[in-house]
Design a protein around this ligand. Structure first.
Ligand code: COS
Length: 384
């Protein structure tokens, strides 16, 4: 699956323009009001961004992973709240249905996810199950043709906007084999949302708990129709998500580097531009070199991801996706830190963008698997 190159270049150019002309000017508003304005949500829908990764037969744009990463690189160059809005529809919310769903599930949900009419969230994490995802406690108990789901899901991105959740719950015994993935519509009796999370950064993104109290969901909503496969579905979705996040990290590194160069060119100390001092150039050079390394890695792993059969677990590619997430998200943390350093005291002041980007990128090393989880995935694979 991929868009033909010519159409893709046009799409990429329009996303670049949209980011520069529409999203960048709205960054302060998002930061101040802690929300993405509704007219921008409408424009994002209009551009088709919710459906980037969904095949054309379901109304999406049908990008390959390599192409998706290139678009994510563009979207990463502005406040991360914009990307977060579409992120669950493009990735962790929708891809389980696309990879493992039945024909009926795909036909019912994917077109509305692609258009953005349905926001779908990914609900795996719980209060006591973060990195150890296979220990999740949310239970789904069979009751006739239905399941009754009870438990709490934590830090769920886009939950306040969601019309449905790809939600992992335990239908069987302990461990990964006892987990099933359900499509859970948001309006069902017994499902309620917690207070919005107050976060360190990424203002404008919406996350909260999702509480389930005997929520009745038809057995037909188990992704793929067969219980016990949900953990593997979630892991495959995360492999893909980790590459997408890596591209975002590179986009944000590019933006922070640009902000740092601009500042180094206009700020004068000791009678000259600070960018003329070699100690400042050294920081810019390290950021540029690491960004190039990270971005080259993302593109290469995305190509390998595209080369394997879709939705099939290839442990080598999973390991490489973890390498990309590990390297790029740590890299953007260093680039942001240097960005603040180059700005000096101004880098600590909210009106300069690097202050907020420094806070925003901190999350990239945590969600969709911490740096330490990526190290574990890589290490375990190497020792096999
Ligand atoms: N794709 C498909 N299947 C996978 C997989 C992948 N990437 N990784 C593991 N599996 C399979 C394994 O093959 C194994 O199947 P079998 O039992 O048939 O052999 C099963 O899943 C369990 O795997 P494993 O024993 O490796 O699971 P662990 O409990 O040790 O967990 C980690 C592995 C730690 C890697 C996993 O829990 C994880 O990624 N944690 C982080 C969760 C996360 O990213 N959370 C973010 C939430 S979303 S913002």
């Amino acid at each position: 699956m991929a868009l033909d190159q010519e159409t893709f270049e046009l799409l990429k150019a329009s996303v670049q323009r949209f980011v520069q002309e529409r999203l960048v000017p709205a960054e302060d508003q998002v930061e101040e009001n802690d929300e993405v304005p509704e007219d921008i949500v409408a424009d994002i829908k209009e551009l088709g961004l919710f459906g980037l990764s969904i095949p054309e037969e379901y109304g999406g744009i049908g990008l390959s992973m390599e192409q998706e990463c290139q678009v994510a690189f563009e979207l990463g160059q502005t406040a991360l709240a914009f990307r977060s809005l579409v992120g669950t529809n493009i990735g962790i919310g929708s891809q389980g249905i696309l990879m493992d769903g039945t024909a009926e599930q795909k036909a019912e949900y994917l077109p509305r996810i692609a258009s953005g009419d349905l926001i779908i969230s990914f609900a795996l994490t719980e209060p006591d199950a973060g990195s150890d995802a296979a220990s999740l406690k949310t239970r789904a108990v069979a009751d006739g043709d239905d399941f009754l789901i009870t438990g709490t899901k934590r830090f769920i991105t886009n939950a306040p906007r969601a019309g449905a959740f790809t939600l992992m719950a335990r239908t069987g015994g302990p461990g990964a084999g006892g987990i099933s993935a359900f499509i859970v519509p948001a309006g069902l009796p017994g499902l309620s949302l917690g207070k919005p999370d107050k976060k360190m950064g990424q203002r404008g993104t919406r996350t909260c708990d999702v509480n389930l109290d005997e929520v009745r969901v038809p057995a037909a909503n188990i992704i793929g129709g067969e219980p016990g496969k949900g953990f593997k579905t979630a892991m495959k979705v995360l492999d893909r998500g980790r590459l997408h996040i890596s591209a975002i990290a590179c986009g944000m590194a590019q933006r922070i580097l640009r902000e740092s160069i601009d500042y180094a060119q206009q700020r004068k100390q000791f009678g000259q531009r600070i960018g003329d001092f070699q100690l400042i150039q050294a920081m810019l050079a390290d950021s540029q070199a690491e960004l190039l390394a990270g971005w080259s890695m993302v593109q290469e792993v995305a190509r390998r991801y595209d080369a394997k059969p879709f939705g099939v677990h290839d442990p080598e590619v999973s390991m490489q996706a973890s390498c990309a997430k590990l390297f790029t998200t740590e890299m953007v943390g260093r680039v942001a830190d240097r960005g603040v350093q180059i700005h000096g005291g101004s880098g600590y002041i909210n009106e300069f963008k690097v202050e907020r980007f420094y806070r925003d990128v901190r999350l990239l090393r945590l969600y969709e698997g911490t740096t330490q989880i990526q190290q574990l995935v890589i290490g375990k694979h190497l020792m096999k």
